[in-house]
Design a protein around this ligand. Sequence first.
Ligand SMILES: NCc1[nH]cc(CCC(=O)O)c1CC(=O)O
Length: 302
Amino acid sequence: MTPFRLGTRGSPLALTQARMVADALRAAHDWPADAIETVVIRTTGDRVQDRPLAEIGGKALWTKELDRALLTQEVDACVHSMKDVETIRPAAIAVAAMLPRADVRDRLLGAESIEAIPHRAVVGTSSPRRRAQLLHLRPDLRVVPIRGNVDTRLAKLAAGEVDATLLAAAGLDRLDRPTVGAAIPTDVMLPAPAQGAVGVEVRADDAHALALVAAIDHADTHRCVAAERALLAGLGATCHSPVAALASLAGETLRLRASLLDEDGADEVCAALEGTGPEVGTELAAELLDRAPPAIRQLFQA
Ligand SMILES: NCc1[nH]cc(CCC(=O)O)c1CC(=O)O
């Protein structure tokens, strides 16, 4: 049997997530170890490490090369952090599965809590959302861009380049650092849409791959992330837009919470809405844009 080829980026986190997907596929189909071949694809985002992502082109940096490998049939499926996948995807590509979502929270490194960060301290983050949320809570802080993988960032913190930084708990946990940093409750800091979710994409016309991968889909995660992504689409959000959102399920009811901020966190609009599917995201986006002051609305393209 020819192996099923799984495309992934080459960062330690990406490789771990690809291994999780490969393990799930092997378990679901009772496949031997060599039934899956992992193909590492280098992306622009991996090459350019010295500038903020938003500046060099945003989310497509992580997906463009993987999309090409998928569409040219170099691989049969691609593994992504759903947080890094653009809102609008090529019609020829479909999300076939999501793994069960990990811890959705951000973790703060360098202080026990956001209140405990020293006055006027320097916090490293290149995320417009984290920057705006931090400044909203602590206008005294100085936020500076920081990039690189988890190890690089921990080294910059240890070297005193920054006093504190924020990282996704999901990434730290998957890289076996479950004790690093303090988790920020979601009612203090709502995470990025799709944070903690790993997705697997296939060619939309490849019914065979679609069926194989759909066998590992975690339906609740998929529903929640689809609603969060519908919100982003409704907002016309880009990688520059400070937006936070989190969906949760209570039985069949899907509850979506979201927040939009301006770049410096001076203004924030929050809202929540319940429903059953991705239309909740579309409706909540309209409500938020309607209520947003001009300083926030101008950051969205809708
Ligand atoms: N933007 C980079 C990125 N993409 C996914 C994760 C972590 C894993 C996840 O959220 O699923 C991270 C690192 C971070 O934000 O700290």
